[in-house]
Design a protein around this ligand. Structure first.
Ligand SMILES: Nc1ncnc2c1ncn2[C@@H]1O[C@H](COP(=O)(O)OP(=O)(O)OP(=O)(O)O)[C@@H](O)[C@H]1O
Ligand SMILES: [Mg+2]
Length: 275
């Protein structure tokens, strides 16, 4: 352990952001999105977007279909480049200068809507693979886990509530359990910021409730941004809610602030309750 944390002479004099790329969150902010613009064939998907996510917070992002929520996640994770603006991880890490792998390695995990677990492998093995990172599937499966790695998988299994299913093939899990496993796989990389797009779509009521508990428990140690249309779910987890509309922030505040905001009711909530 000591050997790993000792800086080499070449690195010792460099600024902290160049050593291991740790986000500088001394101002309490883990993600800065400033004046971001992105057009697709002249259509402004993101329009002078400004968003700040605090260290350790759980933020819900809501907005009508096409508001730009997924596009924002694409920009943060390096999948799509904006036309202009600034996206920083902490004060020091410029995400726009990094590719998707570098961004993931810096500590940003993203969960897509569709679970992508290895169905033939056990729940435990799926997490084991994520833990071992770039080694590849065969090397990882025959590689001996250290007691610390085994403990960390056990901790993840407890967090995601799949201790009893640890040795089931992932293909036998319910839709909700697969979603939790995928969150567990992301946790193996110990992200500091977790982006989760529509986590409860297709879940049963009980699965939705457990997902609310899980995401709430993940915040604190890390920051979590959740995009979701299910308003009851958002209400059950939200501290701060940001409403996106046509690629910009329309409103930000507690769920009560948001639900009584006339603009939000007009462009989003009103429309939702009409269905
Ligand atoms: N690669 C792309 N090429 C062209 N247009 C795109 C592309 N990606 C997104 N868009 C457009 O950008 C707008 C924002 O889409 P986005 O997927 O971010 O919305 P969203 O808020 O996630 O919506 P939903 O709630 O339906 O998931 C939409 O009008 C979409 O059609
Ligand atoms: Mg979307």
């Amino acid at each position: 352990m000591t050997a790993q944390t000792t800086k080499s002479p070449q690195l010792a004099n460099k600024t902290p952001q160049l050593v291991g790329k740790h986000p500088d969150t001394r101002h309490g902010v883990i993600l800065y999105v400033e004046d971001v613009n992105l057009s697709f064939d002249g259509f402004k998907a993101l329009n002078n977007l400004n968003l700040y996510i605090n260290k350790g917070e759980l933020r819900c992002l809501i907005g009508a279909n096409g508001a730009g929520k997924t596009t924002l996640m694409d920009v943060i994770t390096g999948k799509t480049r904006p036309d202009s603006g600034k996206v920083n991880f902490g004060q020091n890490i410029d995400l726009l200068s990094m590719d998707e792998c570098e961004i993931a390695r810096a500590g940003i995990g993203r969960k897509f809507q569709k679970p992508t677990v290895f169905e033939a492998l056990s729940v435990f093995e799926n997490i084991e693979l994520s833990l071992s990172g770039d080694k590849g599937i065969w090397a990882s499966l025959f590689y001996r886990l250290s007691p610390e790695q085994k403990d960390s998988i056990d901790n993840i299994l407890r967090t995601i509530g799949l201790v009893n299913e640890a040795y089931y093939p992932a293909g036998r899990l319910s839709h909700g359990q697969k979603q939790w496993l995928e969150i567990g796989m992301l946790l193996a990389a110990d992200p500091k910021l977790l982006l989760v797009d529509e986590p409860v779509a297709g879940m049963t009521g009980q699965e939705t409730e457990r997902t609310a508990e899980l995401l709430t428990s993940l915040a604190g140690e890390r920051s979590v941004v959740v995009v979701e249309h299910d308003m009851a779910f958002v209400r059950s987890i939200a501290r701060q809610v940001t409403v996106l509309h046509q690629g910009s922030v329309l409103a930000e505040g507690t769920m009560n602030d948001i639900q009584s905001n006339p603009e939000v009711i007009r462009v989003y909530l009103g429309e939702e309750t009409d269905h």
